[in-house]
Write a protein that binds this ligand. Structure first.
Ligand code: GAR
Length: 210
C-alpha cells in the first residue's frame, strides 16, 4: 500500500473522497499524514475522525518560500510518505519538495487545464461563459497548474451557473477522478513521457522511479 501525504488548506472534501475509497478497500494507499497550512481547515477534523495523524504548518511562521518548502518536505519525509496529494492546498510547492518526490506529487484543479489555471477557476469559467467545465488531476512541476495531465473529466456549464453552482458540479467529479489517479499511482501504472502520461495496463511491471 502506498504511503501517502495529503496537503490541504480548507474543507477537505477531496481528502474525504480518498479516505472513503481507502476504507472501502478500493484504493491501495494509506494516508500517513495530513498537513494543513491553515490551522482552522475543516479537513483536519475529517482526518482526525478517521485516526489519521495531522500537522499544521502555517506558512506565516517561515521567513521565506524556501524555508517553508523545506519544512513541508521534512514533515512528509518524517511521516514516511512516498507520494503527495495536494487537495485544495492553496500554496505553491517549491523545487525542494518536488526534488524529494520526483513525479510523485499530484494536484487536482477545478478546471480543464490549460484553461483557467490559478485561483477561482470555477468563477472564471462561469464568468467566461464556457459550455464545458471540469477538473484535472496532474503531476506537479515547477510551474503553477502546469504539469503532465493524468486524468480530466468534464461537466456541462449552464448559462445560469455561478462559480458556486458550477463549482459544486465540478467538485462531485473531482471526488471520482482523484481517487482513480491516486490508485493508478499506487499501482505503479503511471509513466511520464514528456508531457504525456501513459497509464499502463494493470499488472504491467511498475514504471522505474528515477
Ligand atoms: C477543490 O475544488 C480543488 O480542486 C480546489 O480547491 C477545492 C478544495 O476543496 N483547488 C484549487 O483551486 C487549487 N488551485 P476541498 O478542500 O473540499 O477538497
Amino acid at each position: 500500500t502506498l504511503p501517502l501525504g495529503v496537503l490541504i488548506s480548507g474543507g477537505g472534501s477531496n481528502l474525504q473522497s480518498l479516505i472513503d475509497r481507502m476504507e472501502a478497500g478500493v484504493l491501495d494507499a494509506t494516508i500517513r499524514t495530513v498537513i494543513s497550512n491553515n490551522p482552522t481547515a475543516k479537513g483536519l477534523d475529517r482526518a482526525k475522525r478517521h485516526g489519521i495523524p495531522t500537522r499544521v504548518l502555517p506558512h506565516q511562521d517561515y521567513p521565506d518560500r524556501r524555508e517553508y518548502d523545506l519544512a513541508l518536505t521534512r514533515a512528509l519525509q518524517d511521516a514516511g510518505v512516498r507520494a503527495v496529494a495536494l487537495a485544495g492546498f492553496m500554496r505553491l510547492v517549491g523545487p525542494d519538495l518536488l526534488a524529494a518526490f520526483p513525479w510523485r506529487v499530484l494536484n487536482i484543479h477545478p478546471a480543464l487545464l490549460p484553461s483557467f489555471p490559478g485561483l477561482h477557476a470555477q468563477e472564471q469559467g462561469a464568468a467566461y461563459g464556457v459550455r464545458l467545465a471540469g477538473c484535472t488531476v496532474h503531476f506537479v512541476d515547477e510551474k503553477v497548474d502546469h504539469g503532465p495531465v493524468i486524468i480530466q473529466a468534464a461537466v456541462p456549464a449552464l448559462a445560469e451557473d455561478t462559480g458556486e453552482t458550477l463549482g459544486q458540479r465540478i467538485l462531485r467529479l473531482e471526488h471520482r477522478i482523484y481517487p482513480q489517479a491516486v490508485q493508478w499511482l499506487a499501482q505503479g501504472r503511471l509513466e511520464v513521457q514528456g508531457r504525456q502520461v501513459v497509464v499502463r495496463p494493470n499488472g504491467h511491471p511498475p514504471a522505474a522511479l528515477d
